[in-house]
Design a protein around this ligand. Structure first.
Ligand code: ATP
Ligand code: MG
Length: 554
């Protein structure tokens, strides 16, 4: 019991208290993105947090597009956001909402405020409003329009709605306190005139509510209880509370703030990603080097690994930054038992077994994952000519190199011992062939108990290997130098993408987009959804196998 209390985050503790005190009798959360870009790993945290809380308290999780600003929004983003959230596994059931569908109710709420003498139409220009606002150390000055009568305000607000007022000529403001120490409470603008086309409501409206007014209303209309947002809204909470109180909701929602998730040395800002896309440095918003949810999905991350990662990051009020290595750790842990382990040679060199009869082949039965029998087995062909990794042979090995070098014997994974007898170089001194002899007594699984070897290397048979493009990724940022240059541009890593022509086991030619595998000794790889063709998969490296990352102590 005590254990359970300790493991609860501060938001859950607040919810417990609310339920205990009867402030609410059920929990409803929401995820409210603005459809003005792609979602990224930070949003994933918010989505999984809101959805997780709803599930934990057997409550509801709403999906709501916060589409009150017609300038920046696009239908394209609505679709991508829905897809990302579904992929993450957050289920809004039948509760998909658009803030723009509440415009009429928001208008009515504004009228309510006017009638209570809590809102007024103001003719000051944007610049004047700013000047009248005062500063952190000086109180603001009241607008000369502040004391218009209710009747006049109602009429003018109606005029605004009916298109009789030019953009910027009048706004509706909440009448709160021009001397408040909180700048957000100094008669904030709550409606503006903007003759603009909206992606959902078309030309029906020429006035649009401001975020600080619209957001609490949206939450309240939907019966949201806990409106979880990030820290930058902390100073807006008094205004949030003012709106739901003055509009007189019976069960007003409560806003709770937590710290945003940041990843060290990783670009998440929309502005920067947009520029990388526009400059052609990355291949779209879903380029596997980015951390948009679409990019992580394309790269081969799983929803489970992202869930684990955000769980490990925890929820707090303190700003901090997580390591990308922790995300990779979560992914490796998730894929370890789930994925088949196949052989692929990324940087091939020929290995020829001189004493293996020409034209002979063998079918070897190979387990798909030694740690998980359920993944079954497959057969691979063995033959006289194979490909091995170039780095698995050295003419002059350093100490502790246990792989192939003249005179040394290694195990070919799942097959035989081979001993290096000689090698061939081209005119540039590059090794082109490694010649070996094999010992037929050493077949894997034959019960051979003779001598031991220290190295095991993987291979694919030359006769049926398939060639495929394999892409290796590094951080798009040069981590040594930090994220930004002095002029504010990004410090790009010139080696963030390496393209290899690899040889794979033939079974991998059948792999479908989003399917992923472990390539033994090389890492985890996923079939690219954009660039693969039927029977010609292109693979993206999701993550390498090893890392020095250690889980932080709890
Ligand atoms: P960005 O600053 O990256 O453009 P945003 O905050 O403008 O993101 P919204 O669509 O307004 O994006 O955000 C939707 C929700 O996601 C909000 O509740 C916001 O607080 C939350 N959110 C945004 N970024 C992060 C982050 N890095 N970590 C956690 N939650 C986030
Ligand atoms: Mg925003």
């Amino acid at each position: 019991m005590e254990q359970e209390t300790i493991s609860k985050n501060f938001i859950e503790q607040m919810i417990d208290k609310d339920l205990e005190e009867g402030v609410y009798d059920a929990v409803c959360t929401r995820f409210p993105p603005e459809p003005n870009g792609y979602l990224h790993i930070g949003h994933a945290k918010s989505i999984l947090l809101n959805y997780g809380i709803a599930k934990k308290y057997k409550g509801k999780f709403n999906m709501r597009f916060d589409d009150t600003n017609p300038t920046k929004e696009k239908v394209e983003f609505v679709e991508s956001i829905k897809e990302d959230i579904q992929w993450l596994g957050a289920d809004w059931e039948d509760r998909l909402y658009f803030a723009s569908n509440y415009f009429e109710k928001m208008y009515e709420a504004a009228v309510t405020l006017i009638k209570k003498g809590k809102a007024y139409v103001c003719d000051l220009t944007a610049e004047e409003i700013r000047a009248y606002r005062g500063t952190l150390t000086e109180p603001g000055k009241e607008s000369p329009y502040r004391n218009r009568s209710v009747e006049e305000n109602l009429q003018l607000f109606k005029d605004m709605r009916e298109g009789k007022v030019a953009d910027g000529a009048k706004v509706l403001r909440a009448k709160i306190d021009m001397a408040s120490s909180n700048m957000n409470m100094r008669d904030p603008v709550i409606y503006r005139v903007a003759h603009m086309h909206h992606h959902n409501t078309g030309d029906e409206w020429c006035i649009y509510p401001m975020y600080d007014f619209a957001h609490p209303l949206e939450d309240a209309f939907e019966g949201v209880t806990h409106s979880i947002c990030t820290l930058e809204f902390e100073d807006h909470r008094p205004l949030y509370d003012w709106v739901v109180r003055e509009v007189e909701f019976e069960h007003p929602p409560r806003q709770i703030e937590f710290a945003k998730l940041y990843l060290t040395n990783v670009v998440t800002g929309k502005r920067y990603i947009k520029k990388l896309v526009e400059d052609g440095i990355v291949d779209g918003w879903d380029d596997p080097r980015l951390v948009s949810i679409a990019a992580l999905r394309r790269r081969g991350f799983t929803p489970e690994s992202i869930q684990r990662f955000v769980d490990l990051c925890g929820v707090s009020k303190a700003q901090s930054s997580a390591d990308y290595a922790m995300l990779e750790y979560c992914l490796r842990e998730d894929l370890k038992l789930k994925r088949k382990r196949m052989m692929a040679v990324l940087d091939p060199i020929k290995l020829i077994i001189d004493n293996y009869p020409e034209g002979q082949t063998e079918e070897l039965e190979v387990a798909n994952n030694l740690e998980n029998e359920e993944l079954g087995s497959r057969t691979v062909t063995f033959g006289r000519e194979l490909y091995i990794e170039r780095e698995d042979f050295m003419e002059e090995p350093p100490k502790k190199y246990f792989r192939l070098f003249p005179g040394n014997e290694v195990r070919l994974m799942q097959a035989y011992f081979v001993k290096c007898e000689s090698f061939v170089k081209d005119e540039n001194g590059v090794v082109t062939e490694v010649h070996c002899t094999y010992d037929p007594e050493t077949k894997c699984g034959s019960g051979f108990t003779g001598r031991k070897v220290k190295g095991t290397i993987h291979w694919v048979a030359a006769q049926d290997a398939v060639q495929a493009q394999v892409r290796l990724y590094e951080n798009i940022i040069d981590e040594e130098k930090g994220v930004y240059n002095e002029d504010g541009t990004l410090n790009l890593n010139p080696n963030s993408l390496t393209v290899k022509q690899a040889y794979l086991e033939p079974a991998l030619a059948q792999a479908k987009p989003f399917e992923s595998f472990q390539f033994v000794r090389n890492g985890y790889y996923c079939v690219d959804v954009k660039d693969s063709r039927e029977k010609e998969p292109v693979f993206n490296r999701i993550v390498s196998l090893k890392s020095s990352f250690k889980l932080p102590k709890a």
